[in-house]
Write a protein that binds this ligand. Structure first.
Ligand code: ZN
Length: 228
């Protein structure tokens, strides 16, 4: 455990430096320090890691990087379900494990949008849009699909777990710009179904006490994945 011992000390120094940067109202510098502090954190110290992730989230929130902050808080609360990280997470998270928007309709839209954008980008060799035209085309098609789904009234009276299933199953045909040929279609469909089976309102298996859809099965935004 030589590595984690040395890493532990380096992590503590970075953590303190990060907190000092935050106190000096320099959250951009704090983020770099706190990120290193979490990277250096020994795996054998979940409480310590939870605390560092919490403060990383605090720095990210000050930079309005809400999606990344929520991702940090999601990890922090799993490690310590009774901590301040859990409270901070609970007040910001929507039923899909994403940052809460102004109204539930927007929460639904962003979940639908993120699920399909992320699946589209994951199918590419590089998970990003290559051109403005590609992005515009994908966004427009997703907008059309969302309108069709909204107009169908099928979302009414559904719970969040059922809505997630519908979002994934809703037919969306997106263009195939630059897809790796071996990767077209099948592997992702399989991935979708596997997720769907463990998705839902059940308690998360990690023991956090939250529904799976708000914890380990939360919906990632494209920004969180570093895709867009
Ligand atoms: Zn979990």
């Amino acid at each position: 455990m030589r590595l984690s011992k040395g890493g532990g000390r380096a992590g503590e120094a970075e953590f303190r430096a990060g907190l000092r940067e935050l106190a000096r109202h320099r959250p951009d510098r704090a983020v770099g320090r706190l990120r290193k502090a979490t990277d250096f954190c020994p795996a054998s110290a979940p409480g310590l890691l939870s605390r560092r992730l919490y403060w990383l989230a605090a720095a990210l929130l000050r930079l309005d990087r809400t999606e990344l902050a929520l991702k940090s808080l999601a990890s922090a609360q799993k490690l310590r379900p009774r901590s301040i990280a859990r409270q901070a997470y609970s007040v910001r998270v929507n039923p899909y494990g994403m940052p809460r928007r102004e109204n539930p309709g927007l929460d639904d839209f962003y979940a639908f949008y993120s699920i399909h954008i992320c699946e589209y980008l994951r199918r590419k060799e590089q998970p990003r849009f290559d051109t403005r035209q590609e992005k515009d085309a994908v966004v427009r098609l997703l907008g059309d699909s969302w309108l069709a789904l909204s107009k169908s009234k099928r979302l009414q009276a559904l719970g969040a777990g059922e809505k997630l299933r519908l979002f994934r199953d809703w037919p969306v045909s997106l263009p195939t710009f630059g897809l790796a040929s071996a990767d077209c279609g099948k592997p992702l469909e399989a991935d979708f179904r596997r997720k769907t089976r463990i998705e839902g309102d059940d308690r998360c298996r990690c023991g956090s006490g939250l529904p799976f859809r708000q914890c380990c099965g939360r919906t990632n935004s494209p920004r969180e994945l570093g895709c867009a």
